[in-house]
Design a protein. Structure first.
Length: 441
């Protein structure tokens, strides 16, 4: 028997990249690769890159530089770059780092086996097309390996919103939804393999409009059908745009027990002037009314968001409007960033606000967000929540998992509860986790 080739994948960025890396590992499994956690052992190194953070491409080039020694010692080692930096940089990657054998954009992963074969034959392999077919179509012949209790499932990709700061419409391309039957089949397969919680992924997941047997399905319909799968106990989805938060989806939050009370709904800024310049096409007031309607459907829903401070032309008054919006919403969890220009986006041409000023605003915003997060976590103490235990905790006899509201919870619990949902009473709150006591072991 020939020895299995070893694949080392390093994943950067969002959950969709995590999902894509799993699919790529499965696809390359069909080519005789098994995964390794050490690049030194690898026959192929694949960087699944992210373009959202500052100087993303430069960081990939320096990461690649670190593999030069490995490649020199083992010339048959293949080095590949996937993900959004691969899409954005394309051929430039092979020009600047000639040791790279393979460059594949996020919409071309179904061509990975073919690209690997080309690279194996000593050719340079590059694919950054936006093909029309489903990139997961040909990646589905995977072994039925047992899975952990939680999984991501990509249902939609790309974005047509063109927020002025964002590279996603350029790197992930136009908005495309996977057909409903395919999503349902993949979900059933995951459940058969032990998954209890599925997070539906999409850059604009609530814009989902996949073909169904009776016309296009929106995300709400998809969630209602997924909820009927026996053994699928929890459903989440991320990331959503306020303008695609339809009445049916809001209603589903009140009606579908499996749909967890957590919603990531980025607003980016609380100033209408800045929202307009960001091309967000909604106002702060519209966002706040939307939150009210969502909370009317599901009063205990925990909201999370993304914010950008120091966007071009942001004044102290604009920033105050952001703080006021945060005060009004009360978020359970947020990500906040200082604006930084992404080449090729409209905002990249605009004058920057003073760096020190932007940093100071970010600190003030983060102080407020941390305070809100701590208050909301503290308010969980004494409450009973469902916890899906995922793995052993740091202490003996401890398990950790996520609550319905996506809080990390640890508790003394028998191993038999791994992969199961238990009722847990929250007894303490630390900065990034809650402590609980299992009620019905
Ligand atoms: N500068 C700062 N933050 C950005 N984000 C996206 N592009 C930029 C940028 N150019 C943030 C947004 C988005 C999150 C994923 O990353 O808040 O919602
Ligand atoms: Fe980027 Fe999200 Fe705006 Fe689309 S909606 S352009 S992914 S920030």
């Amino acid at each position: 028997m020939t020895q299995a080739k070893k694949l080392y994948i390093k994943t950067y960025g969002c959950q969709m990249n995590v999902y894509d890396s799993e699919r790529m590992a499965e696809a390359l499994g069909g080519q005789g690769y098994v995964e390794t956690s050490s690049p030194e052992d690898a026959d192929m190194i694949l960087l699944n890159t992210c373009h959202i953070r500052e100087k993303a491409a430069e960081k990939v080039y320096s990461e690649l530089g670190r593999f030069k020694g490995l490649k020199a010692a083992k010339p048959e080692l293949k080095i590949g770059v996937a993900g959004c930096v691969a899409q954005a940089e394309g051929e430039e990657i092979m020009r600047r780092q000639p040791m790279v054998d393979l460059v594949v954009g996020p919409q071309s992963y179904h061509r990975l086996p073919e690209l690997e074969a080309r690279a194996g034959a000593g050719q340079k392999a590059l694919d950054t097309d936006f093909p029309v077919e489903d990139k997961f179509d040909h990646l589905s012949d995977r072994p039925k390996a047992k899975r952990g209790p939680t999984a991501f499932l990509t249902v939609q990709e790309g974005c047509d919103k063109f927020c002025a700061f964002c590279v996603v419409p350029y790197t992930r391309g136009a908005e495309v939804s996977r057909p409903a039957a395919r999503v349902l089949a993949e979900a059933r397969d995951l459940v058969e393999r032990g998954v209890r919680e599925i997070t539906l992924l999409g850059q604009n997941v609530n814009a989902y409009h996949g073909a169904g047997p009776d016309g296009d399905w929106g995300l709400a319909r998809l969630i209602r059908e997924l909820a009927k799968i026996d053994g699928l106990e929890r459903i989440r989805y991320t990331t959503s745009h306020p303008n695609d938060m339809g009445d049916d989806l809001i209603a589903a939050h009140g009606e579908v027990a499996e749909l967890m009370p957590y919603l990531h709904l980025p607003v980016q800024s609380g100033s209408d002037r800045i929202l307009k310049r960001m091309n967000r096409s909604h106002t702060a007031e519209q966002y706040l009314r939307l939150i009210e309607r969502i909370r009317a459907a599901r009063p205990d829903i925990l909201l999370s968001g993304d914010f950008i401070v120091g966007f071009p032309e942001e004044t102290e008054a604009d920033f105050q409007a952001t703080l006021a919006l945060v005060e009004a919403v009360r978020y359970g969890q947020c990500y906040s960033f200082k604006y930084s220009p992404r080449p090729g986006t409209p905002a990249a041409e605009r004058a920057l606000v003073d760096e020190a000023e932007a940093s100071e605003r970010l600190q003030r915003l983060q102080a407020l967000l941390s305070r809100q997060q701590a208050e909301i976590q503290a308010a969980m103490v004494g409450r009973e929540v469902g916890v899906l235990f995922e793995k052993p905790g740091r202490l003996d006899g401890q398990l950790v998992g996520k609550s319905d509201h996506l809080h990390a919870v640890h508790a003394q619990a028998p191993e038999a509860l791994l992969g199961r949902i238990a009722r847990v009473k929250i007894v303490d709150s630390a900065p990034n986790s809650l402590a609980g006591v299992v009620l019905d072991a």
